[in-house]
Design a protein around this ligand. Structure first.
Ligand SMILES: Nc1ncnc2c1ncn2[C@@H]1O[C@H](COP(=O)(O)OP(=O)(O)OP(=O)(O)O)[C@@H](O)[C@H]1O
Ligand SMILES: [Mg+2]
Ligand SMILES: [Zn+2]
Length: 444
């Protein structure tokens, strides 16, 4: 005699359900009698699915909306104006970066809105320029302006997996943290690889690869990233072991900007130019040592071939279609850097002393002397702060001994001959300093 089929009431819809197998009543607790039938579970599932789809669409829309606002804020001329507040000269580089960033936003927006098959390709940028001319500074200010995540990684610290140092994945991991661990944002961010010339094969194009295995490997690993691949990494501070949970990021849409001083590349360019001149019959015109074309003129003529000779593998160069060169800063530029940018060194020291009730004045001749000294040191704007710091140390040590309002004047002799700055009591009319032109605003 067949057993009577088991029946049970669904706690949810209260129907009496005939249970032929466990799927008719997927949730069933024999002890309490609590149960949910197949129909109800299906309904709940559809309900949740619809909700998830809706939020996903909503989030996507939020992202495109945000993009529209960002696009407005990152129009090339707006970006350049912002950079102008911090960086003197380098107009060409500012333009290239502004356009690169704007196009990056457009590309994102396009990707979210269109699917007609036209693919806008990324235009990764390579920047070349002498030491201390503002490469790192440009990019770090740019990163402060942008809404999309932006991370700077020192390429010279990167090595191929298995070597001592950081794996190339670190660059993406830095971006992931800059994106507050949001993968979607990470996948649309910008990575700046600083000191990129340091991973050139030291041997250059002609020598054997095996002479410099570490750097060649690093470049190969970076190439995969540049081409667009899934990069896998562990959370910060977590040791890499087979079971460690990993985060996966697709680098397809990440914009890469690389930069470096490429010391010595001018020689390579010059040699190539001389050769081509010789080959078209102007050999006799090759100039003597003194008429040597200036470094900047040479650098401006850099080609992918020169970069290859320098020791960057051709595949990487092919992925960096935009070449951007920066200029050497001359004395006048250095002079302006001392006072004009919102965070100019002179403004910073003025701000510091203002807190001690002291007004700091620099003679024009003193500032010019600082710029001249910086030119001698050949490290671009980098040495400016150090030169002033040397002069300011004693002042900053002694000034806080008293609360008296004073005026400190730095003269040319202070810079060139190590003379002591002039200190005099401030007159009543000299205060309050805030209304004076010299009491400049500082942002840092
Ligand atoms: N054109 C500039 N305008 C204003 N400040 C500048 C400029 N160039 C450099 N500086 C200042 O000089 C310092 C060094 O510049 P930066 O680090 O950008 O040099 P770099 O080009 O990256 O050189 P390197 O190739 O040696 O890394 C920074 O503090 C920066 O603020
Ligand atoms: Mg730098
Ligand atoms: Zn039910």
């Amino acid at each position: 005699m067949p057993k009577a089929p088991m029946q049970h009431v669904c706690s949810f819809c209260k129907r009496l359900v005939t249970i032929k197998n466990q799927y008719d009543m997927p949730i069933f607790d024999p002890q309490s009698g609590f149960a949910i039938c197949k129909n109800c579970i299906e309904d709940i599932y559809h309900f949740l699915e619809a909700h998830e789809q809706e939020t996903a669409e909503h989030e996507k829309k939020d992202f495109t909306d945000a993009l529209a606002t960002s696009l407005e804020k990152t129009k090339p001329h707006v970006v350049k104006e912002y950079l102008d507040k911090y960086i003197i000269n380098q107009d060409h580089a500012k333009k290239i970066l502004s356009v690169a960033v704007y196009n990056h936003y457009k590309r994102m927006k396009y990707g979210y809105e269109h699917s007609d098959g036209t693919e806008i390709e990324k235009s990764n940028v390579i920047m070349l320029g002498p030491s201390g001319c503002g490469k790192t500074a440009l990019l770090s200010h740019l990163s402060q302006l942008l809404d999309i995540p932006f991370a700077v990684t020192d390429a010279s610290s990167l090595t191929e997996a298995g070597f001592v140092g950081a794996d190339v994945e670190v660059a993406v991991r830095n971006l992931y943290y800059a994106a507050d661990k949001d993968i979607d944002r990470t996948e649309h961010g910008i990575i700046y690889l600083d000191e990129f010339d340091k991973i050139a094969r030291k041997s250059g194009e002609n020598n054997s690869i095996t002479a410099d295995p570490g750097h060649e490997g690093t470049q190969q690993a970076l190439l995969k990233m540049l081409e667009g691949s899934i990069v896998e990494f562990t959370a910060r501070g977590q040791r890499k072991h087979p079971e460690a949970p990993t985060i996966k990021v697709n680098t397809q849409n990440i914009l890469f900007i690389v930069g470096g001083a490429f010391v010595g590349i001018d020689k390579i360019i010059e040699k190539r130019l001389q050769k081509s001149e010789a080959s078209i019959g102007f050999g006799a015109k090759v100039e003597g040592e003194n008429d040597k074309p200036k470094f900047d003129d040479l650098l401006r003529q850099v080609t992918p071939q020169d970069l290859m000779k320098y020791g960057i593998i051709p595949e990487i160069i092919g992925r960096l279609p935009v070449i951007c060169t920066l200029e050497t800063l001359d004395e006048d530029a250095l002079l302006r850097i001392l006072t004009e940018p919102v965070n100019a060194p002179v403004r910073q020291y003025q701000k510091l002393l203002e807190m001690d009730n002291v007004e700091l004045e620099f003679d024009d001749a003193a500032l010019r002397a600082v710029a001249k000294e910086a030119i001698k040191r050949k490290t671009g704007a980098r040495s400016l702060k150090g030169i002033i710091e040397d002069v300011m140390l004693d002042i900053m040590f002694d000034i806080p001994r008293s609360d008296e309002p004073r005026i400190v004047r730095i003269t040319e002799d202070c810079i060139t001959k190590g003379a002591q700055p002039e200190i005099r009591p401030a007159n009543k009319q000299d205060t309050p300093k805030k209304t004076k032109k010299t009491a400049a605003k500082t942002e840092e």
